[in-house]
Write a protein that binds this ligand. Structure first.
Ligand code: ATP
Ligand code: MG
Length: 291
């Protein structure tokens, strides 16, 4: 049965899709594991990265349709023998409305129920749509990566509820530093509620521009505050990584070795943590506001 991983943070443009794609490539193509990537972001960047095609090519063949029938099997796209993808496109934006309307709580007469604030009451089952959908394929894989959009939303909730483990993506920047604390709170809420088995495997620092003193300072800060949680390898800001969407995660890409060198170290660190069951409790201190 697969380990299902959400590598995420609610902050945008922090390298989530790049990290998910690069790690999925390493685990599948270089380490020989069976890997599925779920593009769970209406932007479809993961779909573009792994297929080299526009998301419009995959209309009606995406995770949205899979969730409609709670079965992922017809929507798995083979990138290679070991690397598979369930694509996404713009239409996934309607997921909360289309998939969730099934879970509106209704009274005996079939009328939708509202809470005191006038919001529709949604059954907690709505958070398990992705989990149920992936249950149909999880036995076929060693690892499943879920690429999420940049927001705390039904998407993130569904991803965390479907996951066995999570890693916080941290870009060395003020806005991302404050987002880490709040993302950890979200993980803890999920552990205390719908997914007690969700394991926090750590924090991955990314896109570090070593020439910038502010970036180095934010790297120090995360290491100070979260010490052992932070993976030892930091992904640097590199042109070869920035060009992955152009030249692809493809052996023909002459820059691929350069782009992936640090990711190989991250893959080993992450695999060690998963194998050794090395995960972290979220303490009050970790989610406390900074002075
Ligand atoms: N280590 C890196 N060095 C240089 N460029 C990078 C690096 N990681 C990602 N990028 C580039 O930064 C941009 C944002 O990366 P990416 O799309 O992976 O972030 P994201 O967190 O998935 O964004 P979103 O929140 O929109 O989903 C992209 O143009 C990507 O190619
Ligand atoms: Mg993304």
């Amino acid at each position: 049965m697969a380990d299902i991983l959400t590598l995420s943070i609610q902050k945008g443009g922090t390298g989530k899709s790049t990290n998910n794609g690069a790690l999925a490539y390493i685990f599948s193509e270089l380490l020989g594991l069976k890997v599925l990537v779920v593009d769970f972001d209406p932007q479809g960047n993961q779909t573009e990265l792994l297929t080299g095609s526009d998301t419009e090519e995959f209309e009606n063949q995406t995770i949205l349709e899979a969730m409609e029938i709670l079965d992922a099997r017809p929507y798995v796209l083979k990138i290679s023998d070991n690397l598979h993808l369930i694509p996404a496109d713009d239409n996934l934006g309607i997921f909360p409305r289309r998939a969730f309307s099934r879970y509106y709580q209704k009274d005996e007469d079939g009328n939708v129920m509202f809470d005191e604030d006038g919001d529709i009451i949604i059954s907690p089952e709505a958070g398990t749509v992705l989990k149920k959908t992936l249950e149909t394929v999880k036995d076929h894989y060693d690892l499943i990566f879920i690429d999420t959009p940049p927001m705390l939303s039904e998407f993130t909730a569904n991803a965390l509820i479907a996951s066995t483990g999570t890693v916080v993506i941290y870009q060395t920047h003020e806005f991302c530093f404050s987002a880490v604390r709040r993302f950890l709170e979200t993980i803890r809420d999920c552990q205390e509620g719908p997914n007690p088995d969700l394991k926090l495997y750590g924090i991955l620092s990314t896109m570090l521009d070593k020439r910038r003193s502010d970036a180095n300072a934010y790297l120090e800060l995360i290491n100070e505050k979260y010490s052992d949680l932070v993976l030892k390898t930091t992904i640097k800001h590199k042109a070869s990584i920035a060009r992955l969407p152009i030249y692809g995660l493809d052996p023909d890409n002459k820059e691929l070795d350069n782009a992936l060198d640090l990711y190989k170290l991250v893959a080993n660190e992450l695999l060690e943590r998963i194998k050794n069951n090395q995960f972290f409790e979220i303490t009050e201190e970790m989610t406390a506001r900074d002075e």
